[in-house]
Design a protein around this ligand. Sequence first.
Ligand SMILES: [Zn+2]
Length: 441
Amino acid sequence: MMGTVRRGLGMFALAVLVLACGCGSGDAKDSGAKPGAAGKAPAKLLVIGLDSADWKLLDPLLADGRMPNLKAFRAQAAAGRMQSFYPLEKSPLLWASICTGVLPSVHGVDNFVKGDEEKPVTGSAWHAPAIWDIIGAAGRTTFVNGMWVTYPARPIKGVMVSDYLPYGRERNRPLTGLVSPDSLADKVVACRVDPQSFTPAQLARFFPDGADVAALEKAYPDVLQKLRDIWAADLGYLAVARQLKDQRAADLFFFYLRGPDMISHGFYHYLAIPPADWHRDPAERAAFTEIVARYYAWADEAVGEVLSWFPADQPAVIVSDHGFYGPRDEGKGTAEHSEWGIFMVRSPLYTPGATFGHVKLLDICPTMLALLDLPPAKDMPGAVLAEALTPAGQGRVPHIEKNRVTSYLALRPAAGGAPAETDEKVDEEIRRQLRSLGYIR
Ligand SMILES: [Zn+2]
């Protein structure tokens, strides 16, 4: 039954794609481009999600030359502050709104854990279709890795690597459902990085020059462990994306790093609390004060590598879900998030170097759909960004807005799919991490 609805709507979405494109006159100018349904190669999009990235932190790093890849991308992109939800919210909820274009009351992903037992919320929580479901209905493919609340990975048109990849490493058999399709499980699991494998020399990049990392680890084992865990998870996802090379041909390549947010929750206070207000060992502050900035410098290298896999003019978005204030009287967790994240888009539709006056979180999904030549739905509250448009964008964006489909909600994931494998040890591992972020008690 659901299958019929999905197929029916898929055909509908495809028909809309052709109509909305109005690109019958478009000719495949790119050499080697395969003509799409309307005679033009369908647009592809690279999305890089950096959880918690904030201009307040990035601007000085860009100015100092410590994030050369993001700086170069900024020059090619239109960019601005992205207004996230207020009251401040948790990342899973925000990313689900970025990916679905609808409010949490509609998509249903509104917490990390549920019930008295605090069971981590699984992928069945999504009640609205994500962008990979929407474009999948139009026959287009997605690679997505590490996105919140994607365990067990469910079948999509393309590849989904769940956010549970870093967990359960001590099990003698990986959890089932870490990736869809399951045939990629061995390849993906082999990309996991053991947090204990890093040598002090490898970790040294996060510390002031000349720091004795081995001695620091002896003095502050828990702090170092946090850094090891966060970096290992991000490196694992980078390795997966590197390993699955053929996925670079996907229509939507969605690369996501959670580490920047976790690093900020774990280490921002070393940076933000002035020395005069620091009442613990000053040596501790001195040792860890550079970790946040140095982690962003590493994230810039990761972004640079991912960008390098694609043509220099590949349409691309770099986005965060919220910004970061640092320690506040209100407490840890979401209280540390700021309302202002980042949004950058490189596309023939937007003017390179221009600045957006106003970008709202719910504008991101409609804009990403437009970049993929697909119309948003009328029940998506956000708009395709209409500032900083090039002449090509001025011709295109109003046309896409005029051709919104009524709703994509019928494309929501069917119930079922691969069952989540429950492992109380893994659940506790996740709760421990959420507690250390201040997200649950
Ligand atoms: Zn956070």
